[in-house]
Design a protein around this ligand. Structure first.
Ligand code: GDP
Ligand code: GDP
Length: 434
């Protein structure tokens, strides 16, 4: 399971600077998706050998009321779910009462914390660190987030004994890994129970046996699937627990290991910022996505068009994801939904031979030439597949660093149409032959 790193600290110590650095490798991909409001709080990253999930918990304000009241529920959850907490302090400012206040709260939460003395560029490392020993959270690690100094060493230390292991389960190598995500009470567990079937659920809920398995195999239309339930949705007893157990971090961990994500929305709600950013992160991680608009049974016929139109408006950056209107409660549309999940899986794993990719590229270029750069035309020569899940198409040519985003999107849509890539993000990368 993907290790989770939480960034904590008072305002202005450099959390978002460090966050950007830790997730920066993906910035380009995100910029590629118009309409996506970049979620500044959660991000996937990899610096060194081990990939991770970073959460910026925002400014922890100095207040005597206690950290629980001050933090939004999800912030506290993120710290609870984190494998490591990076507690940022400002090496130039020295330790402040706010730092001590936060340190007390972190000690109480009993998390593994590394004190990070940021803005340490040009300072004597030993004395920069010494200033923060009294926080009582161990050896401070000096870094400079703006310059990137010490960040690699910090992450090595943070991820040192975080095991990137998967829990043992009965999965076969060909099982299609499915994660069901969405806000509380949209109907995730109702859908999961329907997919797994009542008998199955009872069998898995036997105490002491597989009850705590987070991966549950099931079969549908002759295909083997594996449900990834990191959030404990499946085991939930009461509806009220939905809010209690809801964890964005766990959802994003499930997304990371999934082949296909089912993003569930309640047809009665307008699509909220939280849906958009949660599903946006699915796209950022390159996972196939099918959107299920649930509780369709409760929507009168004359309201349905309005809801359909609203969805397109709110989720434009997810145009690759098919939308299905279902009733998890009655089972309506669930069969179609799962067929779309399977198609999305196949699309994400599609093999695209170089000659065919190149032929599609040539005809795309013929129909719509790339622009001139300083009087010279960008030349795109051939394309090959650079990866699967998500499909990566590498286009070779000259002056490719000047290809505008709009043209990259055009190509990506052409490839999508020609190779039937519905349901999966597609990445088009350019490589210079010069
Ligand atoms: P946050 O409020 O904790 O998210 O802090 P920001 O990341 O927004 O940074 C606050 C200010 O500190 C900004 O002006 C940053 O440019 C600056 N800053 C961040 N990291 C460093 C650093 O390593 N060295 C110096 N000198 N300034 C930094
Ligand atoms: P979760 O928090 O996303 O797992 O949501 P639940 O599966 O616990 O469902 C929340 C509530 O919505 C429960 O009362 C369900 O019975 C109800 N619900 C779920 N799916 C449907 C549906 O398709 N139609 C209707 N009318 N209610 C549903």
């Amino acid at each position: 399971m993907l290790p989770v790193i939480a960034l904590v600290g008072r305002p202005n110590v450099g959390k978002s600077t460090l966050f950007n650095l830790l997730t920066g490798t993906r910035d380009a991909l995100v910029a590629d998706q118009p309409g996506l409001t970049r979620d500044r709080q959660y991000g996937y990253g990899k610096l060194g050998a081990i990939p991770y999930l970073v959460v910026d918990t925002g400014g922890l304000v100095d207040d005597a009321q206690g950290v629980e009241q001050l933090m939004a529920r999800q912030t506290l959850r993120a710290i609870e779910d984190a494998d490591r907490v990076l507690f940022l302090v400002d090496a130039r400012a020295g330790s402040t009462p706010s730092d001590h206040h936060i340190a007390r709260n972190l000690r109480r939460l009993g998390k593994q914390v590394i004190v990070v003395a940021n803005k340490a560029e040009g300072l004597d490392a030993t004395s920069a660190a010494a200033e923060f020993y009294p926080l009582g959270l161990g050896d401070p690690q000096p870094i400079s987030a703006v310059r990137g100094d010490g960040v690699r060493a910090l992450m090595e230390r943070a991820l040192e004994d975080v095991q990137a292991t998967m829990p043992a389960d009965a999965a076969g190598p060909d099982d299609i890994r499915v994660a069901v995500i969405g806000r509380p009470n949209v109907g995730k567990s109702t859908l999961i129970n329907r997919l797994l079937g009542e008998d199955r659920l009872i069998a898995f809920d036997q105490p002491g046996t597989t009850r705590d398995a987070v991966h549950v195999p099931f079969e549908r239309d002759g295909h083997r699937y594996l449900l990834i339930d990191t959030a404990g949705v499946r085991r939930r007893a009461r509806v009220e627990e939905a809010v209690e157990k809801f964890s964005i971090v766990k959802a994003l961990q499930a997304v990371d290991t999934a082949n296909v994500v089912i993003g569930v929305i309640d047809a009665h709600d307008t699509v909220a910022e939280q849906d958009a950013s949660l599903f946006g992160l699915v796209a950022e991680r390159g996972r196939a996505l099918v959107i299920a608009v649930n509780k369709w049974d409760g929507i009168p016929a004359d309201k349905r068009d309005e809801i359909r139109a609203g969805l397109d408006l709110r989720l434009p950056f997810l145009d690759f994801a098919p939308i299905h209107f279902i009733s998890a409660l009655h089972g309506t549309g669930v069969g179609e939904l799962m067929r779309a999940v399977h198609r999305a899986y196949e699309a994400s794993m599609r093999e695209m031979p170089t000659p065919e990719l190149t032929r599609v590229l040539e005809s795309a270029v013929q129909q719509h030439q790339p622009p001139l750069v300083r009087g010279r035309r960008i030349k795109l020569r051939y394309a090959h597949q650079g990866g699967r899940n998500p499909p990566i198409i590498v286009v070779h040519g000259n002056q490719v660093q000047h290809v505008p985003d709009a043209y990259r999107r055009y190509l990506s849509n052409v490839f999508r149409r020609n190779f039937n890539l519905e349901g999966t993000p597609v990445r088009v990368e350019f490589r210079s032959d010069e």
